[in-house]
Every structure is written in structure tokens, then in C-alpha cells.
Design a protein around this ligand. Structure first.
Ligand code: CA
Length: 615
């Protein structure tokens, strides 16, 4: 639009309404009084902002190389009250007023308690779980229309669908919901997964409204559950409104050919480079500044305006939607200093909050530097990230359950995986899982072996850390990730009105048995301080049997987990466990509900787990 400033000034009232401000509101009483407003309108940089409101000052005004943007920092002091505030924009003898709303915070907003090892995560893809509102499947104003026959298309699932089935998730013993991103992905195709965000401040209308999202938190809290929001700072969808008018030349990491033409350069996705003492700068640049995909623009978080924009967006969601945690996508792909600053800013506003970051690294030595407290690794700053994901354990599990015993094979992989805890700053703050939306379905990876799946569930339910399940594990959903992501992101049976079978209400016998098995374990987990907070003592494997204990000194609760990976029944002599208090091991096997009366020995059936709640 080539509207001139003069023309705008003559129509100033209308223009004031065209000033886009992000964030669209802020709050009084935040610990950090400053909020950086991004104002967008034609030639707005020609204006000088001022404010005459009690307790509020403008402490910084930044102009970039794009005259259509003005970055204004408001400092909201203790004397400021909630309400609509007026920011005056002055150019020559013209003054335009824009409104800016300040809200009151929820009571004790800063004291919110984040997720921890007390919790169990249920991960779902909202497009693929349940469609409660077919009217929003192809919302006007969004490019991609629903098509359930297209594996990579939008299938219509939504927030109301999730809300309707929260009891299904709660009854499974889950305490925390993590959905793949729900912010708008207005992209031409394949945007159902949510990782190509085109508006950091909006719920995708195909999932519902901001009120639906807030209602989801309220419904979770009503059930004593927590809400973790998935966010992406590394990249945004190329359909973002600002892509046509970038706020600054260095807003994104861009690549050019030798003639100076902009080109698409893909990341090498090699995360081991970042802390590698032998890495080349070229590889490092590619890892950090290469684009995740041609449809996903790489954000330049070394620009403080970008960094602040993203950090504030996350705080905005915590306040607005009353969140209990954040899951951050592709954590190592962004500037580590910027990410550490983000974690610090959240920690400062919410001292008891928690964040889990996706650091897809399969070796403990290379994963550990991404957890807060590790300190500098190869000259790179501490990452600040409180919770990491146990990709090494995930790989060990998948291999272990299909193998016979060997020096480093079978059950030994599980033992060795936990032995690696020596490198992690905080092993209890690690998300443990068998599958997620990017990996093959666990049951498929385990060669459709339901016995192996049950053992995997017993391990996840009782080992150290924060367990995470993926929707459909409990329903025996299968899928090979190597054949494409659509295979591992199937529609949940019964989530759509015309489904031939409804697993929510009439689950067939085999998946029902798995659902009940998992529910027994994870509902027990919630009551067991030994599992939620206790120490872990493991024993080297014998005959492909792996055993560990969890013990909580405060409650003196104790749990023994035995996984018999062998194809034969095994008799375990309890003498070995004399160091464990009360190792007479009388208790109840949670997997069956049967009393275990040891008499010095326990027989563990082939390919089963026992989880013994010891007296
Ligand atoms: Ca829908």
C-alpha cells in the first residue's frame, strides 16, 4: 500500500485503528515492569510516542530500517492501574492516540507450580484427536481447508474435542496435557501439525478460540491436571503476516548466493556440532541459521527485538491462558544465549514454573550440556533449560525389548542408560518416553509385541523422571515413521462423528486391556511418593531380567520394578537385594493386583513386568 503519510494524517482516526500492536495487551504487577510494544503501520517510524498515564513511562523507542515499525518500551510501575491506556503518537502538529489495555493478573499468578516428576504427560495432536465442532474445520480466512482423506491434510480435530475427552486422559492416570502447537498455522498445506506458526498471538481458528483454549486450562485445573503449551521460537511459518514487511532486515536468518540473491538453505540438523570442540564454523552456521524447512523461516534470536518479541509472547500465553508449563520445539537450533535468557526471564516471573525443551540428541554425553546447571560446554553458555527429553533412553528401550541378553544388549541397555545419569545435572527433571509425534509408533518399533509394550509402560511408569505417553499408545495404535509422519499421527478412533468404532466409549478388548494396564500403573504412580520423588537403585541384569527400586525417605514408601525380557519364566533370589530396607519384598504387584509373598524368591513370568508396591 503506497498510502502517504499526509493522506494518513488527514484520516488519522481511521489510521489509529490500523496501528497493529503486539502484544495486544499486557498486565500490571509483573516483576519485570518493561514491555516492548511492536507498532506496525505505514510510516509509523515518523511518529514520536508519548504517554501521560499514572505510573507508566516510555523508557525506550527503537526504530529499525523499516519505517513501518516502531518499538516502544513501556515501563509499568507499581502505581499503574489496570485499564485502557492512551499512547499519543506525534508527528509535526499532528497527534494520534492509540489505546493500550493493561489487565490485572490472576491471584498468585507468579506462584503457579509447574510440572515435575510428580506428573505424567499425555501428548496429543489436536487435529487428530477428536472433532467436536465440524463447523470450524475449514474456517473462513484460513487457506487450507479440511480434508480427512489427505494424510497430511487438516482432519478437523479441535480444542472442544480435547475438552470432551479429558476424563479419558485423566482416567489413564495422566496429570498433564501437552498438545502439539495450537497457534495459527495459516499455510497453504500440511499445517495440521502446528509447527509453522503464522501468528504467535492467536489460536488457530480451526482449533477454536482463545476462550476455548482458556477453558481447556480451566477444565484441566478442575481435574487437578496441568496444561503445557508447545511453542516454537526457532522458526515461523512463511505465511506470517510480517513476511511481506519484515520488521528489520536482520529479523530472520537469511541466505544469499554469490550474486546476492536470496536462497533457501536447509539446516544440517546436526546438533552434536554445537558443543563439539572440533566443529567447523561453516557447519555451526548451517545448524543454527539454516532453515528448518522451506516453509519455516529461521528467526534471528540474536536480534534483541526478535528475542524480546518471542519471550514476551510466551509470558503473554502463561498469563492469558494460565499455563503450567511450556514445551519448546527445536531448542538447540536457536542462539543458546537467547534461549537461556528466555528461561531466566520466565523463572524470574514464575519461580516455580517448568519448561521442557526438545533436544533430539541420542547420546547422554551430548544431551547433558542442554540441561540447566551443566555450565559451560565447549565455551557455550549454560542453556538454562530445566527439563530435557530422554532420547537416549527411548532408543535403548526400543532396542532392548527385542533383544536377547548380551554384554551390552537386551536389558543391559536399560541399566546402562540410567548409569549415564552421572552426566545429567538433574535426572529427575528429564522427560522419559517411548514415542512422540516425530518417531515411529512404539508398538510398531517393538515389532507389534504387546508384551514388550507393557514392559515399556511399566518402565516409564516407575523409572526416574517425568513420563510422557503419546495418544494412541494405550489404544494399540501402530505406525511406521519411516513411511512418513502421517502414519504415526492417525485419527483417534471415535473422535469423528461418522467413525465406525468409538474407542472413547466402546474400546475393543485388546486395546481395552492395554488401556487398563497403563491406567493401573499410572494411577498408582500418582499415589506413590517413591516413584514421584524417590531415589532409584538399580541392579545389573541377570538372565535378561532388569530390576530397580524406588525409595522415598520421607514416607518410607518403596517400589520394586522387575522386567523379565527373557522368553522364559525366571526365578529371582532376593538375597541380592539385602541392601534394600525391608527386602523381604512382601507387597502387591500393581500390574495384576496380586499379593506377592516372596519367601526368598519371586517367579517372574516370561516377557512381563512386575511393579511391587512394598509394605
Ligand atoms: Ca473441528
Amino acid at each position: 500500500m503506497a498510502t502517504t503519510l499526509v493522506a494518513l494524517l488527514t484520516a488519522s482516526a481511521a489510521w489509529a485503528q490500523d496501528v497493529k500492536i503486539e502484544p495486544a495487551n499486557w498486565w500490571v504487577g509483573m516483576k519485570n515492569p518493561d514491555v516492548q510494544l511492536m507498532l506496525h503501520a505505514t510510516d509509523i517510524a515518523n511518529f514520536e510516542p508519548s504517554i501521560d498515564e499514572k505510573g507508566i513511562e516510555i523508557t525506550n523507542v527503537t526504530r529499525t530500517d523499516n519505517p513501518n515499525y516502531l518499538f516502544v518500551t513501556l515501563s509499568i510501575g507499581k502505581k499503574a492501574n489496570a485499564g485502557d491506556k492512551t499512547i499519543a503518537l506525534k508527528s509535526g502538529d499532528k497527534t494520534i492516540n492509540v489505546k493500550y489495555p493493561l489487565l490485572n493478573r490472576r491471584k498468585d499468578s507468579a506462584k503457579r507450580i509447574g510440572f515435575s516428576s510428580d506428573d505424567a504427560f499425555f501428548l496429543l495432536m489436536p487435529d487428530r484427536f477428536a472433532n467436536a465442532d465440524p463447523n470450524n474445520d475449514s474456517t473462513t480466512g484460513t487457506t487450507e481447508k479440511a480434508n480427512r482423506n489427505e494424510p497430511y491434510g487438516r482432519h478437523g480435530g479441535d480444542l472442544k474435542g480435547v475438552i470432551e475427552h479429558l476424563d479419558y486422559i485423566k482416567n489413564l492416570g495422566m496429570t498433564t496435557l501437552w498438545m502439539t502447537p495450537v497457534m495459527t498455522n495459516d499455510m497453504p498445506q500440511s499445517s495440521y501439525h502446528g509447527y509453522a506458526i503464522t501468528n504467535f498471538y492467536e489460536i488457530d481458528p480451526r482449533f477454536g478460540s482463545l476462550d476455548d483454549f482458556k477453558n481447556l486450562t480451566a477444565e484441566l485445573h478442575k481435574r487437578g491436571m496441568k496444561h503445557v503449551m508447545d511453542m516454537v521460537f526457532n522458526h515461523c511459518g512463511t505465511g506470517y503476516w510480517w513476511m511481506k514487511d519484515l520488521p528489520a532486515k536482520d529479523w530472520l536468518n537469511k541466505w544469499y548466493d554469490k550474486d546476492g540473491n536470496e536462497i533457501f538453505v536447509r539446516s544440517n540438523y546436526r546438533l552434536s556440532i554445537i558443543n563439539d570442540p572440533h566443529a567447523s564454523q561453516a557447519d555451526l552456521d548451517l545448524a543454527l541459521k539454516g532453515w528448518f524447512d522451506s516453509t519455516m523461516a529461521d528467526m534471528n534470536l540474536t536480534n534483541p527485538l526478535v528475542r524480546n518479541y518471542l519471550i514476551q509472547s510466551s509470558i503473554w500465553w502463561v498469563e492469558m491462558a494460565d499455563l503450567d508449563g511450556i514445551r519448546q520445539d527445536t531448542y538447540p537450533y536457536s542462539d543458546v544465549k537467547a534461549m537461556a535468557e528466555w528461561c531466566d526471564r520466565l523463572k524470574s516471573e514464575y519461580p516455580f514454573f517448568n519448561i521442557v525443551g526438545e533436544c533430539w540428541i541420542s547420546e547422554a554425553a551430548k544431551l547433558a550440556p542442554w540441561q540447566k546447571g551443566f555450565g559451560k560446554a565447549n565455551g557455550i553458555e549454560d542453556s538454562g533449560l530445566p527439563t530435557i527429553m530422554d532420547f537416549p533412553l527411548q532408543e535403548a528401550m526400543i532396542r532392548a525389548f527385542g533383544e536377547g541378553e548380551g554384554w551390552g544388549d537386551g536389558a543391559n541397555r536399560l541399566y546402562d542408560s540410567f548409569a549415564n545419569d552421572l552426566v545429567y545435572p538433574d535426572p529427575m527433571n528429564i522427560l522419559i518416553f517411548g514415542e512422540n509425534h516425530d518417531t515411529g509408533r512404539l508398538l510398531t518399533k517393538l515389532q507389534d509385541d504387546e508384551d514388550a509394550l507393557r514392559m515399556a509402560m511399566a518402565l516409564l511408569a516407575t523409572a526416574r523422571g517425568i513420563p510422557q505417553l503419546y495418544y494412541g499408545t494405550e489404544a494399540l495404535m501402530k505406525g511406521n515413521g519411516n513411511d512418513g509422519h502421517a502414519n504415526i499421527r492417525g485419527d483417534f478412533p471415535g473422535g469423528w462423528a461418522n467413525d465406525t468404532i468409538n474407542y472413547f466409549t466402546q474400546m475393543p478388548a485388546a486395546p481395552k486391556a492395554m488401556y487398563d494396564y497403563i491406567a493401573r500403573l499410572f494411577n498408582f504412580r500418582q499415589k506413590s511418593m517413591a516413584i514421584r520423588r524417590g531415589s532409584m537403585t538399580q541392579y545389573t541384569t541377570e538372565g535378561n531380567v532388569y530390576t530397580f527400586f524406588r525409595y522415598d525417605a520421607t514416607t518410607r514408601q518403596q517400589v520394586m520394578t522387575i522386567l523379565n525380557l527373557a522368553k522364559e519364566d525366571r526365578e529371582i533370589s532376593l538375597e541380592r537385594y539385602n541392601q534394600i530396607p525391608n527386602a523381604h519384598l512382601v507387597g502387591t504387584d500393581i500390574t495384576t493386583g496380586n499379593a506377592v509373598d516372596a519367601n526368598g524368591k519371586i517367579t517372574v513370568k516370561a516377557r512381563t513386568a512386575m511393579v511391587i508396591n512394598m509394605k
